[in-house]
Design a protein around this ligand. Structure first.
Ligand code: TYD
Length: 198
């Protein structure tokens, strides 16, 4: 049985990645999934890690994200891929490197080692980064920021963005301009994923 395609969308919170991930999954009859929180266990973790009322050390935050991922990849992603079903995920391991590593300053080498433990051999076929400049983050940001990350200042989002751009040097990534209109981004995404063996 041929394994499914594993496509991941990454980007800062206002990049429009969730919309694109859902759209591509529906168009290709792939399984749509997301992190953090797409399992019953993950939903509990998501509550604790995003709840702004319960401060958490950066390393703790990273380990919660990694626990969610470790469970998610074994219960949801890998079973689908090994049955030949394609999977589109809204965020995967690069989110932890970008947010907890570049954003919060957790040691990147330690995060990479912990990531290897969390994901085993399940690497994305392609990661699409929807990159948005800080001015766009400022414009699109909800003024009633709710979770721990939405409340962070622009300097934090800038570090996360730069981290993503560094990670995207890897040949298994493609960077698209997320500041374009939704229709234009959709067109670029479709071109970028057309060659995958859906
Ligand atoms: P998400 O549900 O994708 O929210 P949004 O639609 O706003 O992007 O993710 C919630 C937050 O969790 C988001 O601000 C990024 C953060 N996050 C991390 O910090 N590390 C991680 O490993 C993941 C998966 C998410």
């Amino acid at each position: 049985m041929t394994r499914g395609v594993f496509l991941v969308f990454e980007g800062i919170d206002v990049s429009g990645k969730s919309t694109q991930a859902r759209r591509v999954a529906a168009a290709r009859d792939a399984l749509f999934t997301f992190e953090p929180g797409d399992t019953p266990f993950g939903r509990e973790l998501r509550h604790w890690v995003l709840d702004a009322a319960t401060p958490m050390a950066p390393a703790t935050e990273a380990l919660v994200m990694l626990s969610d991922r470790s469970h998610h990849v074994r219960r949801v992603i890998e079973p689908a891929l090994s049955e030949g079903r394609s999977v589109v995920s809204d965020r995967y391991y690069a989110s932890t490197l970008a947010y907890q590593g570049y954003g919060r300053g957790v040691d990147l080498e330690l995060l990479r080692a912990a990531t290897a433990l969390a994901i085993g051999t399940v690497h994305p076929t392609l990661t699409v980064l929807l990159d948005v400049p800080l001015e766009v983050v400022n414009e699109r940001r909800a003024h009633d920021a709710k979770d721990r990350f939405e409340k962070e200042d622009l300097a934090f989002h800038q570090r996360v963005r730069e981290g993503y751009l560094e990670l995207a040097q890897d040949p298994s990534w493609v960077v698209l301009d997320g500041s374009l209109s939704e229709v234009e981004v959709a067109r670029e995404v479709d071109v970028a994923v057309a060659h995958l063996a859906w």
